[in-house]
Design a protein around this ligand. Structure first.
Ligand SMILES: Nc1ncnc2c1ncn2[C@@H]1O[C@H](COP(=O)(O)OP(=O)(O)OP(=O)(O)O)[C@@H](O)[C@H]1O
Length: 813
């Protein structure tokens, strides 16, 4: 019986994606993320393995709600290829997994193992027998559990049980070591805690509506497989990272905006330091070092499965050397800045030690020339001795050849003795003119081996003796050099925690300098962050649109804890309502990742979630109607939005009958406005339903603030000023906008007429039916036709008369 049950979704896409990742960087192992989950009694524990850096991440048991939103957030963030779970599940977990399987937006393979694989003792046993190269070499079997329990909280039982399933799957699939010998286990190079504490909730729709990420297919046909590139997006404009891990960490920050003030302050202080023009030189120096920081996880992975190439040693050497350079540069920077202090402390003397060790042991010049690992002299006396013998071999062999010549067939005037690695010593003589067939090659006392380039090669008694004495010289040297490399690898692997620390601090520094550089280039300001419910922006801008238009009109935003928390924005189409909403959302988001923001001044309260009801997702992909998606998004905001959430609503209700849409919109706004100020979220709502205000459907409340965007009419033309002001938009200016958009004037005119008649309650006459006068004229013409008929005429064809003369008139009646 197959105990692994699979639900495969999106197989083809995943294959393409894995090919793409292979094509993208041949140095990198194909990346796979396997997530194992175990949920029970409202708690969820999970662990996942990322083959990119051979890291096992674990999330200590955490309370989750019935919909498992935390689990959903984790899946959204880490995008696992495989989800592993137990066959014995609580109902909500089973439903969640079932939902994943049937949702075309999720592309994971779901693997279900029998529950025995998730037992605590089984998990511990699997951990003990896992391939953990970072463990100190001196550790005994009995010491392993106490050691591991200091890295992993064993009291998080669900998490521990999830590890059992995860290790089982890793072992079965031999992730990352598929092509290795079965004795090589899947390496786990580090254990890391994964937390979602203080993470601000932002769903996928919001990321896409605010254009935080935007992937586009690369237009080049040559990039068919790996051709996904970042389009115009917030991530795209802020990512100025110099090393790959910097970009990755920045992406992670984007996925995990935080309310943790200490984390944000730590980032802000570094960004502020580097935005100062006095510090641009030091920033350049550090960025140059960062360019050389290589892919440490891949290097360590290769070392753990013994695959290191000369270029890998070079890359590691450069990385360590640059890390030492970064530490030395940072030493002269203010040590009251947390990150600088940490770099100075954590870039330990182990780094220069590793650099020295590599430079002392690896002979880069010869290694590159021979494309194999060559050890420098004075590392191992035995290797030096063998190499010396090898060097002296040519003189020695000349002497041997001379001696061999004396015993050789007199037809030969020359001979030589050569050494071919793996074959051994051979006597080589020129091929004589008479030597055509194999039989002619035979010489007494010699064993013929092969002919090459008109020379014949033999084994003689002497060469056999030499083989016996010196024959394994070359392979001996290679074996000994490989042993030195293995020692060097082990020594580096034991310092892997230091190297990971270097990687993480370098990536952090890289991200912060990237944010500082963007701030300098685009003229951002450092926001004042506060825990209170306040949002004050002066001259704020949309970070993406301001790069695309010649003049961007900056606007304010003022909201206090008790006033103006619900802002209703009306304005003609294209007056800038959506842009303003997104601008507020993006600025708040930027503050939550520690970035500076596009404004002159900003005070931003740390929100706990950003909800949006903006453009609709592709209804085909989720199997819901557009209106249904709109209502879903709105209900999500209504049910989950707290007093510190930000809710952005653009044109809610327009997907259904106008009156019903308007009523729903008014009901939602009333729902928020009825809440106490501390429970009412920050709502920014743009609508074209002007009647919601004109008909007085909303209550009087200090929480409500009405805003519009200024426009001016210049003759027939409508001019957009994009300036925010208090008030209500009185006209939609739909006719002017339609003319601007190039609609036929006659159509626009008719639209204006109908709109006027509707507004004033008059009858709207159809123009696709003839007027009364016209109808009377037609009737007259029919009568005339009948009167002109001569019914006595025998040649009269009444059918033809009806068809050709009468009916065409009648049809138009
Ligand atoms: N503050 C601004 N400064 C300069 N140009 C702006 C500004 N705001 C908006 N625009 C321009 O106006 C265009 C339309 O803006 P937007 O989509 O926000 O209008 P809207 O009022 O939401 O329209 P609709 O109601 O039709 O959705 C933008 O694409 C941009 O070119």
């Amino acid at each position: 019986m197959n105990e692994e049950r699979n639900v495969r979704c999106g197989e083809r896409e995943r294959d393409v994606a894995s090919c793409a990742s292979l094509a993208g960087d041949e140095n990198e192992a194909p990346s796979e993320v396997l997530l194992s989950v175990f949920a029970q009694h409202g708690q969820v524990g999970l662990s996942f393995y990322d083959s990119k850096d051979c890291t096992l991440h674990f999330m200590p048991d955490t309370s989750d709600n019935r919909d498992l939103t935390i689990l959903d957030k984790v899946i959204q963030e880490i995008s696992p290829n495989v989800i592993i779970t137990s066959a014995k599940q609580e109902r909500n977990m089973a439903q969640f997994i079932k939902g994943l399987g049937s949702n075309p937006n999720y592309r994971q393979e779901i693997v279900v193992y029998p529950s025995a694989n998730f037992r605590v003792e089984v998990s511990k046993q699997r951990l003990l027998s896992a391939h953990l190269p970072f463990l100190p070499s001196s550790i005994t079997e009995n010491e392993k559990i106490p050691y591991l329990s200091s890295c992993i909280p064993f009291d998080s039982v669900l998490m521990l049980r999830s590890i059992g399933g995860l290790l089982k799957c890793l072992d079965r699939r031999r992730v990352g070591v598929e092509l290795e010998d079965s004795s090589v286990g899947v390496p786990i190079l580090q254990l890391l805690t994964y937390t979602l504490n203080d993470v601000v909730y932002i769903d996928r729709d919001t990321y896409s509506a605010l254009q935080i990420f935007k992937s586009e297919l690369h237009p080049s046909v040559y990039k068919f497989q790996s051709g996904v590139k970042e389009g115009l997006s917030l991530y795209g404009i802020l990512n100025r990272c110099r090393c790959k891990h910097g970009s990755r960490l920045l992406r992670q920050w984007f996925h995990r905006p935080t309310r943790d003030m200490s984390v944000l302050k730590r980032r802000q202080e570094v960004v502020r330091y580097f935005t100062s023009p006095h510090n641009s030189d030091v920033m350049n120096t550090l960025q140059n070092f960062l360019r050389n920081v290589g892919n440490i996880p891949t290097l360590l992975y290769k070392m753990s499965v013994t695959h290191t190439k000369v270029s890998d040693w070079q890359s590691l050497y450069k990385t360590v050397y640059s890390a030492v350079g970064i530490r030395d540069t940072v030493r002269s920077l203010p040590q009251n800045i947390h990150v600088f202090r940490e770099i100075c402390c954590d870039f330990k003397d182990e780094l220069p030690y590793i650099a020295t060790l590599i430079s002392k042991v690896v002979d880069f010049e010869s290694s590159l020339a021979d494309n194999c690992f060559i050890v420098k002299p004075n590392v191992d006396p035995a290797i030096d001795e063998k190499k010396r013998t090898m060097m002296g071999l040519s003189d020695f062999l000349t002497d041997v050849a001379r001696a061999e010549m004396e015993n050789l067939d007199s037809r030969f005037s020359t001979c030589s003795v050569i050494y071919i690695p793996l074959i051994g010593f051979l006597l080589s003589v020129p091929r004589l003119p008479g030597m055509v067939d194999k039989e002619n090659f035979e010489i007494e006392g010699l064993d013929f081996l092969f002919v090459s380039e008109d020379r014949l090669h033999y084994r003689s008694a002497k060469t056999k003796e030499l083989d016996h004495m010196l024959g394994d010289l070359h392979s001996d040297i290679k074996d000994m050099e490989r042993a030195v490399m293995a020692k060097l690898q082990a020594s580096v692997l034991q310092r892997s925690s230091c190297l990971y620390k270097v990687l993480s601090l370098c990536a952090e520094l890289d991200c912060l300098m990237a944010l500082a550089q963007a701030s300098q280039n685009y003229g951002y300001c450092s926001p004042t962050l506060t825990q209170s419910c306040r949002l004050t922006l002066h001259q704020s801008r949309h970070p993406l649109l301001e790069l695309c238009v010649p003049v961007f009109v900056a606007n304010p935003c003022i909201t206090s804890e008790t006033e103006g928390k619900v802002k209703v924005l009306t304005g003609p189409n294209s007056s800038g309502k959506s842009i303003y909403l997104k601008q507020v959302g993006l600025i708040v988001f930027m503050a939550l990742i520690g970035s500076d923001v596009p404004a002159k001044e900003a005070e931003i309260g740390l929100v706990d979630a950003i909800f949006t009801r903006m453009h609709s997702r592709e209804s085909v992909s989720v199997g819901l109607s557009t209106f249904m998606i709109d209502v879903n998004q709105m209900s999500h905001a209504l049910n989950n939005g707290t007093g510190t959430s930000l809710v952005l609503v653009d044109e809610f209700g327009k997907g259904t009958n106008t009156v019903d849409g308007l009523s729903l919109l008014a009901a939602c706004l009333n729902h928020w406005l009825r809440r106490s100020p501390s429970e009412c979220p920050f709502v920014f709502l743009a609508t074209n339903f002007h009647s919601v205000l004109q008909l007085g459907l909303l209550p009087q409340s200090p929480l409500l603030s009405l805003l519009t965007l200024e426009t001016a009419v210049d003759g027939e033309e409508l001019v957009f000023l994009y300036q925010l002001k208090e008030g209500i938009c009185q006209s939609s200016y739909a006719a002017n906008i339609a003319t601007l958009a190039g609609l036929e004037p006659a159509l626009v005119q008719r639209g204006v007429e109908v709109s006027e008649l509707y507004r004033t309650g008059k009858t709207i006459k159809r123009i696709d039916q003839p007027s009364g006068d016209e109808q009377i004229n037609r009737c007259k013409r029919v009568v005339q036709k009948f009167l002109s008929l001569d019914l006595d005429d025998l040649s009269l064809d009444l059918v033809k008369f009806m068809k050709e003369e009468l009916l065409p008139i009648g049809e138009r009646l």
